[in-house]
Design a protein around this ligand. Structure first.
Ligand SMILES: Nc1ncnc2c1ncn2[C@@H]1O[C@H](COP(=O)(O)OP(=O)(O)O)[C@@H](O)[C@H]1O
Ligand SMILES: [Mg+2]
Length: 377
C-alpha cells in the first residue's frame, strides 16, 4: 500500500516561508497533481515527500509508516525529473539497469572483474535484465536499448527516464514537470501516454506542473497551490466548474475566466456594469466580483437591450471555436467570449454587439477572493 500523507508540512529557507502548513492525503493508486504558478512551492513539497529536502515542521507518511527520518533511498519512491538525468555515457539498457544493480547487487558483485567470480551474481543479473526487458516492452523502447541518450529524441529520452524509474517497481512515482522540455505536440501526446501508463501500473503518481491543462487532463485529483498553501483540492471537473477561490478560477481554464466588478443591492440582487444577473446573494451593498467563463457568454448581434455592450478588438481562431477579445461598455473592462465560427464571421472587429451571461454558470467572489454562493431563486 502506498498512500502518502502530508500532515502540517511547513518549510522555510532562512526567513522565507515557502510552505505554510500543507495537509494532503494521497490515496493508493491515485494520480494526484500539484499545480500552481512558478515559485508556489510545488517542487519543494515533492522533494520533501521524496526525502531530498527536510521539512521544517510536520510529518510525512508512506503507507502506515512515518518516514520523516528515512533516507530517500529507503522510501521506495521513484523520482522523474524534467531534465531526465540520464547517464550520457551509458546505453539505454545500462541506464535502466543502474537502479537495480545498486539495489540488488552487493558491493563486490558490482565490481567488473572480481564480481564475475562471485556465485549467484549471474542469476541476479539474469533477473535484472528480464525486469528491464519487461519494462522496455511496456514503454515500447526495446529497439532503443543499445543506444546512448544522445541518439534519442526528447520523447524517447523521457520514456527511458520513466523506464529507469519503473524497473524498481516503486510504491509511488514522483514527477517534477517531466514534460516541460518537450515540444507542444509531443507534450500533448505524452500526457495521454502517462495517463495510460498510470492506469496500466495502478501505482500512485504525484505529478508537479505549472501547466493547468496538464493537470486538468491527467489527474484524478489536483491540488491548486499558491504561495505555499493549497487553495483547493478536488477532481479536475470540480476545480474547473466550482472553484472556491478567485485565484483558482483565474488559474484554471484557458482563455482565462472573465472577472467583472459587480455589486449587490439592498435586496441582495447582483448586478455588474448595469446588467442585472437575476440572482441574489447574501451581504447587501457589498462590492463583489463576478466570474464568468468565455463559454458561458452568449452573443447577440441584434441590439436588444439585454446583456453588456461588447466591442470585439481581436478574433482568436482555434478552428472549431473562436474567442472574441474586446471590452464592455466601451470602457477598459476586458472580456473574452466564445463564439461559433459562423458568429465570428458575422461580427466585425470594432462593431458593438451584446453579450449575455448564463446566470447559472456565473460565480461570485468576495473582496477577500473567496467564493460567495448565490441564494436559491
Ligand atoms: N534551496 C533553496 N534555498 C532558498 N530558497 C529556495 C530553495 N529552493 C526553493 N526556494 C524558494 O522556494 C520557493 C518555492 O520554490 P519551488 O518549490 O521550487 O517552487 P515551484 O516548484 O512551485 O516553482 C521559491 O521562492 C524559491 O525561490
Ligand atoms: Mg518547480
Amino acid at each position: 500500500m502506498a498512500q502518502i500523507g502530508l500532515n502540517g508540512i511547513t518549510k522555510s529557507f532562512g526567513d522565507t516561508i515557502v510552505l505554510q502548513g500543507i495537509d494532503l492525503q494521497i490515496a493508493d493508486g491515485e494520480f494526484l497533481t500539484l499545480v500552481g504558478p512558478s515559485g508556489c512551492g510545488k517542487s519543494t513539497l515533492l522533494r520533501i515527500i521524496a526525502g531530498l529536502e527536510a521539512q521544517s515542521g510536520g510529518d510525512v507518511t508512506i503507507g502506515d509508516r512515518q518516514v520523516n527520518r528515512l533516507r530517500p533511498s529507503r522510501r521506495d519512491l521513484a523520482m522523474v525529473f524534467q531534465s531526465y538525468a540520464l547517464y550520457p555515457h551509458l546505453s539505454v539498457q545500462q541506464n535502466m539497469e543502474t537502479p537495480l544493480r545498486l539495489r540488488d547487487l552487493g558491493f563486490w558483485e558490482r565490481a567488473p572483474l572480481l564480481g564475475a567470480l562471485l556465485p549467484g551474481r549471474g542469476a541476479k543479473l539474469d533477473r535484472l535484465r528480464a525486469n528491464v526487458r519487461e519494462v522496455a516492452q511496456v514503454l515500447e523502447i526495446e529497439h532503443l536499448l543499445a543506444r546512448k541518450p544522445g541518439q534519442l529524441s526528447g520523447g524517447q529520452r523521457q520514456r527511458v527516464a520513466l523506464g529507469r524509474a519503473m524497473v524498481r517497481k516503486p510504491v509511488a512515482f514522483l514527477m517534477d514537470e517531466p514534460l516541460s522540455n518537450l515540444d507542444a505536440a509531443l507534450r500533448v501526446h505524452m500526457r495521454a501516454e502517462l495517463a495510460q501508463l498510470h492506469r496500466a501500473l495502478g501505482t500512485t503518481f504525484v505529478y508537479v506542473t505549472h501547466d493547468q491543462a496538464e493537470a486538468l487532463t491527467m489527474s484524478d485529483r489536483m491540488a491548486v497551490m499558491m504561495d505555499g498553501v493549497i487553495l483547493q483540492l478536488g477532481a479536475p471537473s470540480e476545480i474547473y466548474r466550482d472553484p472556491q477561490h478567485r485565484k483558482v478560477a483565474e488559474f484554471v481554464g484557458s482563455p482565462r475566466i472573465n472577472i467583472l466588478e459587480a455589486e449587490t443591492d439592498s435586496a441582495g440582487r447582483v448586478a455588474a456594469h448595469g446588467v442585472q444577473l437575476q440572482r441574489r446573494a447574501a451581504g447587501c451593498g457589498a462590492r463583489v466580483s463576478l466570474g464568468i467563463r468565455p463559454e458561458h457568454l452568449s452573443l447577440a448581434c441584434e441590439r436588444d437591450n439585454e446583456g453588456w455592450p461588447f466591442t470585439p478588438t481581436h478574433k482568436e481562431n482555434l478552428g472549431a471555436d473562436f474567442f472574441l477579445h474586446g471590452h464592455v461598455n466601451g470602457g477598459s473592462t476586458r472580456l473574452v467570449a466564445r463564439a461559433t465560427p459562423e458568429q465570428a464571421i458575422a461580427i466585425s472587429l470594432g462593431q458593438e454587439v451584446r453579450v449575455r451571461p448564463d446566470p447559472g454558470a456565473a460565480m461570485l467572489f468576495g473582496a477577500d477572493d473567496r467564493r460567495i454562493r448565490f441564494l436559491e431563486a
